[in-house]
Structure formats: structure tokens, C-alpha cells
Design a protein around this ligand. Sequence first.
Ligand SMILES: [Zn+2]
Length: 351
Amino acid sequence: MIAKTTIRVLAMAVCIVGGCLLINAQNAREIAPRVFINPGHGGHDSNDRPSPFLNVGVGDTVPYYESDSNILKGNALMRILSKKGYEVATTRINNTSADDLDLFEIMSLAANSGADMFFAIHSNATGTSRKTNFPLALYRGYTGTPAVAGSDTISALIMKHLQGNKATSWVRETPVLAGDWTFYDWGPKVGLGVLRYNKLPGLLSEGSFHDYIPERCRLLNHEYCWLEAWNQSLGIDEWFGKEKDYGLGVVAGRVLNEKALRSDSEQLFGDDMYRPMNHVRLTLISEASGKKREYYTDYLENGVFLFKDIEPGEYILIAEKASAELSRTALHVEANKVTYSNVKVQLAEGM
Ligand SMILES: [Zn+2]
């Protein structure tokens, strides 16, 4: 695959003559890939589908809007890509009705942004009593024959990294990749409005299912949304040939109590049958430097923890609750990867 940046360098080099060629080719080489992000929905209005739900960790009903996790992922992706040397444009950084732009406006902004790819961020819902959880990519066109070349490849790269998330429980072992003309039975070449006028390679990512209660609890955790954005960035890096550039790693997982069964969802997949542990202190210690970093799991019934920008090397991960050590694990952290380490403990309920 030839990265788009290479194509741009070539295009600039061949259209320029004489002594300017070298200088302009040099400048062209400095042009960063540009990604256009569209975090889905917005505004906390009726159009934004509010879904309050009982959160066991809080002991009360809490609000959930898909737009909140979409904007968290979108803003995180923007910061991650900027740090990685990309140029980034987005449709919104706040979550108000005013910045919930109409679809044609979004596509006009994307077209005028000079971006090399378009990326719409969402999560999914079955809308029925049947629950599931897997990543889904939708690109414009028929499945296997995208309307814009490359969209199926970018989709596969990003979904591969989302599927690799072991801080969640997936129902399938592989993500679903589909062209929206095939996926929706809406008539010939109708498809998703947000992709309709799109001329850039790209996709709409349904990262997971927010109506699956354990996943909704995770999506309330800002670092879990950051983790999805990081995984999206790994796929984007592969598309632009930048997968070796960043040099730092991530450690992530969740703390679960195997003696306490989760009861807030009728359908539970994999380790989601176990209750996540709130208020657990995780300490990550570098074997090389002795440097420590701490993270406390929140009270929102997800048990998620995350450490970002970790130097590659050997580490010890210690989990503690109320000064009692729950576990101690040796970890090997690699650059540009996520090291997953789910902590499973066996504590009598109520401890
Ligand atoms: Zn959505």
C-alpha cells in the first residue's frame, strides 16, 4: 500500500520544474497526514437519545448519552494524533446542540479541510432486548467494493486494533466490516447520510455496543474512551505507515472479583459475569528506574484502569484495596502497543 503522503510528495515533485524541485520536494516531505474527525451526535437534546440507567456502583440512576463518549473519544484521538505528528480537523470539541452540525455541513467541512481520511466516531445499540458487543466499521459502498478506494482497508486496520481490546468482553472474535449500501436495506446506493457526499477514504466506526450495560459502564470512564481512541490511532498509523513512530506503550485492563457475580444485565459475555471492583489502587512500577505511577478505578462499576505513555520495558503491576494487596503481576511493555492485564481476585462479597 502506498501511503497518501507518499502520493502527495510524488505529485508535488513531478509538477515542479528546475531548481525548485528539491526545495519543494523537501517541503512536501514535511506535510503531515491530515485526518478529519466527526464525533457523532451531540448537544444533550432529544435528538441525542438520552438513556439514563441504574449504575450499581453509584447506587442510583445516572445519565448516559452516546455523544458524551463519542466526544471523549474524538477529543482523545485529536490529541493523540497531534502528538503523533498528524494534522487533525474535527467537527466539534464541545457537546452542544449548536455544534451538532447537519450532515451536508459535515461533509463540506471534510471536503474543504484538505484531509487524507474521514473518520466518524460512534457506538452501537441493538435497540432490542437482545444484547451484543463487537466493533463494526461501515464505509460507503458495497461490502468489498467501497465507493472511495481504500475505505475497506482503513476500516480493517482500525477494527483490528479495536477488536484487540481485552479490557472489554466481545461476543465475536472478529470485527464486522461492511459497505453501508450492503448493510442497510434502504434502497440502491442510499447508505449512511454522513458518508453520502464523502469523497475521502474513511469510515464510520461503531466502536462497541453502549446498550450492553457492562460496556455502557466502561464508556462512562474517560480513560476507557481514551483507550478506544488510542486503538483507533494504531490503525490510522498503519494506514499512513507511521506504526513505528511514537515509541511509547500503554498498560490497560480491568479489576474483577470472581466471587461476586454481576446482576445488572440479563445477558453477560465472558468475564463480564464478574463484578468489577471500584476504588482499587493500581501501581505500575518500572523495574529499570523504580518510578511509580498510580491509578484508582472509579466508582462507576467498570473496574477499568489505564496507564499511558509508558517507556518500553519490564514493570510490576500491584493492585490494592484498603491497603490490602490483591495481586502483583510482572508486565512487559512494548512500544506502540497495549499491554493488557486483567486483574482477577477472589474476595467474599462486601469486602
Ligand atoms: Zn451513533
